[in-house]
Write a protein that binds this ligand. Structure first.
Ligand code: FAD
Length: 417
């Protein structure tokens, strides 16, 4: 049995920050447990590797939802990182600050310390904002590297922006400025051509501290109690069951799916559900495992007349050329994430604030999302929303349709599929 001050479950976006902050004073012993392995993997580091890690079972929990009546009975693939860095090691690297309005809503609902001025300070302290090569400068001095890669983005990105502008969406120079409402180039968590995950920003600087221990391939299976209070946990490493006691706190950073799952496995959750699975009820809490929201996407693919990433990387010679360029310069198609342009727009002009997010990729993946696309030129447009009320879905689709048609500049694009 290990004894530490804090045990953190999960070395993802949140867990890496917690590990850094809790070990900074040197006064606390901290144990960070991660179910996955190390992140020293080529396709994690290369920004375009997103297409590979999206469904790699050695890095990904690879969940699939239950069939959903609201989605014509479809089951949706749902990736989540299972590796040091968690989902920040497999995500698409688009860096977007929340809008002031989002945080003011939280503060109004009682979340003290989450009003916009407080959160804006946190963003400023957290970021280093690096300009594109033409401006070659940076502002801020924080651990999170936010890169403007607009000078390296595929030519189709500019076609998309021009099409969006002509469809009435304002162009914004930087989506991370307050009030930015329109379309533009996404900023990316990429540094010198390499993914910059939460592990890079927060865990690596803390890793040399003697009071932090990180254990990989350690899957926490349940919390352990003294009376009504959690005092530690059990985890599996290979075939070995290990126990650890926390003198101060056990901190769950296992993500939006696994944190509530772990609570339920430990007897904290809706009593009826736990009993149905033969789990002893410790705390009957109806909300554990409820109210999850994610951003559903409607994706459209287009056949293109001009080269896209599919055609550039579709042949062994193209891949060799891009690989060499990346190895020698950390530039080229491999150095830029796929989500290059998009933005936040209103589904109808009457909306008080943007309610739809757009993504445009100069590449497509055919068939199921985790299959590789073909080698013919094609591009992908996604409309993303937490939920589309039935009465608005038609309008959203129509608006996207306008945008999609504009993007089909006949000089460059053949048709919408
Ligand atoms: C494919 C994909 C693309 C995305 N693209 C973007 C994007 O472009 N921009 C953006 O801002 N966001 C994006 N996101 C979302 C963003 O990455 C996540 O919201 C964020 O990383 C979640 O952080 P977290 O700390 O809550 O969880 P995670 O980062 O997922 O961390 C949870 C960690 O806990 C570990 N864990 C889980 N259960 C256990 C257990 N029982 N025992 C031990 N360890 C456990 C997991 O293995 C994981 O490492 C994307 C996410 C995915 C999956």
């Amino acid at each position: 049995m290990d004894d530490v001050d804090y045990v953190i479950v999960g070395a993802g976006s949140a867990g890496c920050v917690m590990a850094n902050r809790l070990t900074a004073s040197g006064r606390h012993r901290v144990l960070l447990l991660e179910a996955g392995g190390h992140d020293a993997r080529m396709w994690i580091k290369i920004p375009l590797g997103y297409a590979k890690t999206f469904a790699d079972p050695t890095l990904n929990w690879g969940y699939v939802t239950e069939a959903d009546d609201g989605l014509a009975g479809r089951r949706i693939y749902w990736p989540r990182g299972r590796v040091i860095g968690g989902s920040s090691s497999i995500n698409a690297m688009a860096y977007v600050r929340g809008q002031p309005r989002d945080f003011e809503d939280w503060a109004a609902a009682g979340a003290t310390g989450w009003d916009w001025p407080a959160v804006q300070d946190a963003y400023e302290n957290m970021e280093t904002r690096a300009m594109d090569a033409s401006q070659a400068g940076s502002s801020g001095n924080g651990p999170v590297w936010v890169q403007d890669l607009s000078d390296q983005m595929h030519a189709f990105s500019r076609v998309f922006l021009e099409a969006g502008r002509s469809a009435g969406f304002p162009l914004v120079e930087d989506m991370n400025r307050p009030g930015a409402d329109g379309i533009g180039f996404y900023r990316s968590t990429v540094r010198r051509g390499v993914r910059w995950s939460s592990a890079d920003a927060f865990l690596r600087p803390a890793a040399r501290r003697a009071n932090l221990r990180v254990v990989t391939h350690a899957q926490v299976t349940r919390l352990e109690f003294s009376g009504a209070q959690v005092h530690g946990l059990a985890y599996m490493r290979g075939t070995q069951m290990c126990h650890v006691r926390a003198r101060k706190e056990v901190i769950l950073c296992a993500g939006a799916i696994n944190s509530p799952h772990l609570l339920q496995l430990s007897g904290i959750g809706p009593a009826a559900l736990l009993k149905a699975h033969g789990i002893e009820v410790r705390h009957d809490l109806a909300h554990i495992g409820q109210g999850l929201q994610d951003h559903l996407a409607v994706s459209c693919q287009f056949e293109a007349r001009a080269p896209t990433l599919n055609s550039l990387l579709g042949s062994p010679l193209g891949r060799l050329r891009a690989g060499l360029r990346y190895a020698l310069t950390r530039q080229g198609p491999l150095a830029v994430p796929v989500n290059q342009v998009g933005g936040f727009v209103r589904s109808t002009p009457q909306q008080a604030a943007p309610d739809v997010q757009l993504f445009c990729n100069p590449a497509s993946r055919r068939g199921r999302p985790h299959r590789q696309g073909g080698s013919g030129p094609s591009a992908w447009l996604s409309l993303v929303r937490a939920a589309v009320p039935p009465d608005q879905s038609r309008t959203c689709a129509d608006r996207l349709g306008i945008l999609a048609r504009c993007a089909c500049d006949p000089a460059q694009f053949a048709c919408n599929r």
